[in-house]
Design a protein around this ligand. Structure first.
Ligand code: GLU
Length: 313
C-alpha cells in the first residue's frame, strides 16, 4: 500500500509552496488508494513554537487535505512531532557510531566558512573534512573548550537514483557534499538523520517535496543503506517563485494564508495552484478530491514555476 506524507516545518504560517507540496503529496498517494501521514518537523523548537503547529493543522483542515495518521488522528507510529522522537534518532546515531563512521567536529561557523570548498548552486558548502583525521588526543583537547557536532564520514562514491518526477540524479557524496552533520553542537539532531529514521519508522513509501531537497536525497539514501532500511520512492517538484523570480518566502504577503484565507475559498486556492502546477488547465475552483482524476506527474513541469503578479483578481 502506498503511504505518502506531509512533513512541514512549522516555523511560520504555511505559504503557497508548502500548500502545493501537501496537495501534490496528497494527490499522489490518494490516487493510488494510499494513505497519508502527517509529521510535524519541529526539531528546531526555538523556531517552531507550538502555536505555529496548531495553526498549520487548522490550515490543512481548512484546505481539506486530510491525513490518516498524525497529530489529532493518532496512529501506530507516533508521536508525530519530531521534537518528541529524539530517542529514535539517538538509537540510529549509535548504530552509525558502531559502524565507526561518526566523528566529532569542533569547527566554528567561521572556520567552516573559511575552510569549505566553493558553495554549490543550492547554497550547501562542501565540508573540507578538517576534523576527520584528528587524533584522540586532539579531540580530547578540543572537547575541553567546545562541545562538538557529530558528522558522518561519506565515501568517495557516486550515488544515483531515479526521481519519480525529475528523472536520474547522480551525486558523489565526498566531492559534492562532504561529511555531513548528524547532530549539531547544541545537541539538536540534523534533518537528514531525523527524516530518514521517521520516514522508515512510519512506513512511508513515497516522499513528495520541493526540488530544493533533491540534493539531500543522496545523503538520505546513504543513511538508508547504512541503517539497513528500505528507502521510499522520491518525487521532487519544481519550486514556486515570487513574480520577480525570487524564492518564495513567508514575507510575500500574497503567498501567505494570512491574507488569502480572508479573500478566497480553499477550493479557489487549490484550483489555481493546480493550474500553476500544470494539471488543471481550467483553474476552476475544486476541492482536493475533485483533482484526483486530472492529476498526473507527467503534466507537472520540471522547471521552477513563477507566480503571476495577481493570483486572484
Ligand atoms: N520539513 C521540511 C520542510 O518543511 C520537509 C522535509 C521533507 O519533505 O523531507 O521543508
Amino acid at each position: 500500500m502506498t503511504v505518502g506524507r506531509f512533513a512541514p516545518s512549522p516555523s511560520g504560517r504555511i505559504h503557497l509552496g508548502n500548500i502545493l507540496c501537501c496537495l501534490l503529496a496528497w494527490l499522489s498517494a490518494r490516487q493510488k488508494g494510499g494513505k497519508v501521514v502527517l509529521r510535524i518537523e519541529d526539531l528546531d523548537t526555538a523556531r517552531c513554537p507550538q502555536r505555529y503547529a496548531e495553526q498549520m493543522l487548522e490550515d490543512l483542515r481548512w484546505l481539506g487535505l486530510d491525513w490518516d495518521e498524525g497529530p489529532e488522528t493518532g496512529g501506530p507510529d507516533g508521536p508525530y512531532f519530531q521534537s518528541r522522537r529524539t530517542a529514535l534518532y539517538q538509537a540510529a546515531l549509535e548504530r552509525l557510531e558502531a559502524l565507526g563512521l561518526v566523528y566529532p567536529c569542533f569547527c566554528t561557523r567561521a572556520e567552516l566558512h573559511a575552510a569549505s570548498a566553493p558553495h554549490r548552486e543550492d547554497g550547501l558548502t562542501v565540508y573540507a573534512g578538517t576534523c576527520r583525521h584528528l587524533t584522540p588526543a586532539q579531540r580530547a583537547e578540543r572537547a575541553v573548550r567546545r562541545s562538538p557536532a557529530l558528522r558522518l564520514r561519506v565515501p568517495d562514491k557516486e550515488f544515483s537514483f531515479v526521481d519519480g518526477h525529475m528523472g536520474e540524479c547522480v551525486e558523489n557524496l565526498e566531492r559534492d557534499c562532504g561529511d555531513f552533520l548528524l547532530r549539531r553542537s547544541d545537541g539538536m539532531f540534523a534533518y537528514q538523520l531525523a527524516v530518514v529514521v521517521d520516514d522508515a519508522a512510519m512506513g512511508v513509501t513515497e516522499v513528495v517535496r520541493g526540488a530544493d531537497l533533491l540534493s539531500s536525497t543522496p545523503r538520505q539514501l546513504y543513511l538508508y543503506q547504512l541503517l539497513g532500511l528500505t528507502p521510499p520512492e522520491f518525487f521532487h517538484f519544481p519550486l514556486l517563485l515570487a513574480p520577480d523570480g525570487r524564492r518564495l518566502s513567508k514575507r510575500d504577503a500574497d503567498a501567505g494564508l494570512d491574507s488569502l484565507r480572508g479573500r478566497v475559498s480553499a477550493e479557489e486556492l487549490l484550483g489555481r495552484l493546480a493550474r500553476l502546477a500544470g494539471f488543471h488547465p481550467s483553474g476552476e475552483p475544486s476541492p482536493a478530491a475533485g483533482l484526483l482524476e486530472e492529476f498526473s506527474w507527467e503534466m507537472v513541469p520540471q522547471e521552477d514555476i513563477r507566480l503571476p503578479e495577481k493570483l486572484f483578481e
